[in-house]
Design a protein around this ligand. Structure first.
Ligand SMILES: NC(=O)c1ccc[n+]([C@@H]2O[C@H](COP(=O)([O-])OP(=O)(O)OC[C@H]3O[C@@H](n4cnc5c(N)ncnc54)[C@H](OP(=O)(O)O)[C@@H]3O)[C@@H](O)[C@H]2O)c1
Length: 288
């Protein structure tokens, strides 16, 4: 696995929605990832309500210029009420300043709109992005989870550098239109969930049971029998590939996503350094 093709994911580093996460392990993952050649990290204010960004800011202090930082805006949380899509200019401006402070940086390399917000005209949000670029606070703008129609509209307003969507052997929806569009228009495509929240890591022999409220339950649907039935034959194939290549099931799942035409990078979450090593295991090195 070429580490430069991997972007380190940080949802798990926020701790919320993932059980028993240790900050020391997350710090160690960031440092080990750097040592192995990973240079991009993806985060969001939503990941632990600022916790992941703050941890990253601490972890990369002193190495800031050697990392590409991608963060996001547009999810607002209210105690006791839940999480809302909010790309209003005031919210985005506040989030930008908070992210810069938490990440201990003057500029975000890639600033992404996390989810569409039908209540805010896209023009209004992108006007804030354009000002942030003029001020040097943001280098490039990306979109996550947007429809093709909205992506096309956004591109008429300003350059959009990247698209971020789920893409794995268990979720191939982007093949219909988003991925070909990114490819034919020279946009970076950032695939998230290549391991489907760990379901494709190979560590489960039976359908797992994730607690309600965890990302594995509400986002990746690990508890659904239909999901496991879909995963089983894929895991059988991945296990064979891992045995043939002397690699790991997780590395084969990531390799599949990275091998698809148009995919620029796979954003992968990792709980500890052992998972990092397993994910980067490219198998036998041919002898000359
Ligand atoms: N834009 C968006 O809306 C959006 C949405 C989702 C994700 N993302 C980004 O994409 C990143 C990746 O997605 P994700 O973290 O949700 O899911 P993922 O990368 O598919 O799965 C990551 C999880 O799988 C488990 N895992 C990883 N490597 C493993 C290994 N070698 N062996 C066993 N288990 C392993 C770990 O969880 P356990 O140890 O708990 O099993 C890890 O947290 C996120 O961190 C985030 O940066 C963006």
């Amino acid at each position: 696995m070429n580490p430069a093709r991997i972007t380190l994911g940080s949802w798990i580093m926020g701790r919320e929605g993932w059980s028993n996460v240790d900050d020391a392990d997350s710090m160690a993952v960031i440092h080990a990832a750097f040592d192995k050649g990973i240079r991009a990290i993806d985060t969001a204010p939503f990941y632990g309500k600022g916790h992941a960004e703050s941890l990253i800011g601490r972890a990369i202090a002193g190495q800031r210029d050697q990392w590409i930082i991608a963060t996001k805006c547009g999810l607002r949380w209210e105690a006791g009420r839940g999480v809302f899509h909010d790309l209003s200019p005031a919210r985005v401006q506040t989030e930008l300043e908070d992210s810069l402070r938490r990440l201990r940086t003057d500029s975000i390399d890639l600033y992404q709109l996390h989810w569409p917000d039908p209540a805010t005209p896209l023009e209004a949000t992108l006007a804030v992005m354009a000002r942030a670029i003029d001020k040097g606070q943001v280098r490039q703008v990306g979109l996550c989870n947007f429809s093709l129609e909205d992506i096309q509209m956004a591109r008429t307003i300003m350059p959009i550098a990247s698209l971020q969507h789920p893409y794995s052997l268990l979720n191939r929806d982007v093949e219909n239109e988003i991925l070909p569009f990114a490819q034919s228009n020279g946009m970076a495509f950032m695939a998230y969930g290549a391991l489907h929240g760990g379901l494709l890591s190979g560590k489960y022999a039976h359908r797992p049971s994730a607690p309600k409220g965890e990302a594995k339950s509400y986002f990746y649907e690990h508890n659904k029998d239909a999901m496991w039935q879909q995963a089983e034959p894929i895991l059988t194939t991945l296990r064979k590939a891992a045995a043939t290549n002397g690699s790991t099931v997780a590395a084969e799942a990531i390799r599949w996503t990275l091998s698809q035409a148009g995919v620029t990078t796979a954003i992968v979450g990792m709980r500890n350094v052992a998972q990092l090593e397993s994910n980067l295991n490219c198998g036998h090195v041919p002898t000359i």
